[in-house]
Design a protein around this ligand. Structure first.
Ligand code: AMP
Ligand code: GLY
Length: 422
């Protein structure tokens, strides 16, 4: 099958890698891809969605998988469908579950899906009034997409009010902050849950945990995620069942009632508070780096899962997972997450160790290729993934692989999966 993948991150690389590992002769295209995806397929440079859809038709692309949120929120799925193409991802309207936190929170409230108590408002007076009713910490969120930076956890009422003023004045996030959500702080542990959906049915993948802060012990600024592992032992069957009944089922039913059946990946940011799952947020795509550790755990066909989901036939298949664990450690460039970094050549040692060869691999993200040399190009550069029969074994292997990757200014956390190993 010819498959087009939209995006340029480690997430898209890992999807491609899993599809090629099926060894069914799939041919891959990437828009735009990165400096390493062109070793897995063909990188394109067609930014206009209608032109891209034309390309897909002319080249008999049978399936398009959309990785990141931005093209989804911009409506790429609607464009592809209007051309009669098979595409995996939510419509523009359904993507509002991630594109607008106000839409998401109001949806959760309307369908009685558990979430933190909140108000949404564009009025500074109302915002301050609600803030005064909360105890600290107080969570302030910009409505629109802010690349993971639109959430402030304020430690005092004054700090919350400054954040609210800066958002509503457009100072901190421009139009994305013209409406804000103010909500109570939930104290618990956080999970990343992923349901692959076809509008009606869904498949729930093993739960993962991300590590959002830059430094060990969850210190430093928030990032897109510095590492992840799955499955996490912090979830048992009872919790999965609660998430299914209280969050996923009512979301799929609710989106149907809204006239926007949800197709694609429903990424549920769950906070578990006293054993109860509360929805922190929805994203409408795979997490990154969570995708990089879930893809290698799938033992059934990844391409078939995406294809069946995109053609509303998920009920026809069973998805199977390995009994192993996966741990992914992100290596980021020097100035991440603050600013760009100078390109730095990446040297990956030749692997002589059978264990590393067999149980680890690299998913490439922020890299470029020049004269057959790979360069770290800023942001999150790559993810070293280790597989093992225990979380500890998987993690040791991931770090063994990290030891073989060199570039100037490389940054990584040394404690990925610590919550599971505590
Ligand atoms: P979001 O972009 O909504 O996922 O928020 C980013 C991060 O902020 C989440 O992953 C949580 O770690 C944290 N967060 C968001 N909302 C809350 C909340 N109500 N209580 C506690 N932490 C939160
Ligand atoms: N790793 C979290 C995210 O992709 O948003």
């Amino acid at each position: 099958m010819k498959i087009l993948i939209l995006g340029n991150g480690g997430r898209e690389y890992s999807i491609a890698r899993a599809i090629l590992n099926e060894k069914k002769g799939h041919e891959l295209f990437f828009q735009p891809g990165n400096g390493a995806t062109n070793t897995l397929g063909t990188n394109l440079d067609i930014k206009d969605y209608n032109q891209l859809a034309e390309f897909a038709k002319e080249n008999a692309i049978e399936l398009t998988i959309v990785g990141p949120e931005a093209p989804l929120v911009a409506g790429v799925v609607d464009v592809f469908k209007s051309h009669g193409l098979v595409v995996f991802g939510p419509s523009k309207q359904a993507a509002q579950l991630e594109g607008s936190k106000v839409y998401m929170k109001n949806f959760l409230a309307k369908y009685n899906i558990p979430t933190a108590r909140y108000i949404e408002t564009a009025s500074i007076e109302d915002a301050f009034k609600f803030t005064n009713t909360l105890s600290t910490p107080i969570v302030v969120k910009a409505d629109g997409l802010c690349g993971g930076k639109g959430v402030i956890i304020a430690m005092s009422h004054d700090e919350a009010k400054v954040a609210i003023s800066e958002m509503l004045s457009g100072k901190s996030f421009g139009d994305a902050g013209k409406k804000v959500i103010i909500e109570e702080f939930l104290d618990g542990y956080e999970l990343s849950m992923f349901a692959v959906c076809d509008g009606e049915d869904y498949i729930l993948l093993p739960a993962a945990q991300d590590h959002k802060r830059l430094q060990d012990n969850d210190q430093g600024p928030n990032t897109g995620g510095m590492g992840a592992y799955a499955p996490t032992p912090l979830v048992d069957e009872t919790l999965y069942q609660k998430v299914r009944e209280r969050i996923i089922r009512p979301t799929l039913d609710g989106m149907q009632k809204e006239g926007a059946p949800f197709e694609g990946v429903l990424f549920i940011g769950v906070m578990v508070v006293n054993g109860e799952p509360i929805t922190l947020e929805f994203n409408v795509r795979f997490g990154d780096p969570e995708c990089e550790i879930l893809m290698p755990l799938m033992t059934s066909s990844v391409s078939d899962m995406f294809y069946k989901a995109a053609t509303n036939r998920l009920s026809e298949i069973e998805v199977a997972f390995s009994s192993q664990y996966a741990v992914g450690v992100v290596m980021a460039s020097e100035n991440y997450p603050y600013s760009n970094s100078k390109p730095a050549e990446i040297i990956v040692d030749e692997v002589h160790h059978e264990e590393i060869e067999k149980y680890t691999h690299i998913s490439y993200a922020g890299v470029s290729m020049e004269d057959e040399k790979l360069y770290a190009d800023g942001g999150r550069v790559l993810v070293c993934v280790g597989l093992g029969d225990t979380i500890k074994q998987a993690r040791d292997r991931a770090y063994m692989r990290c030891g073989q990757v060199h570039f100037a200014g490389k940054k990584l956390r040394t404690d990925i999966a610590y919550q599971a190993l505590a």
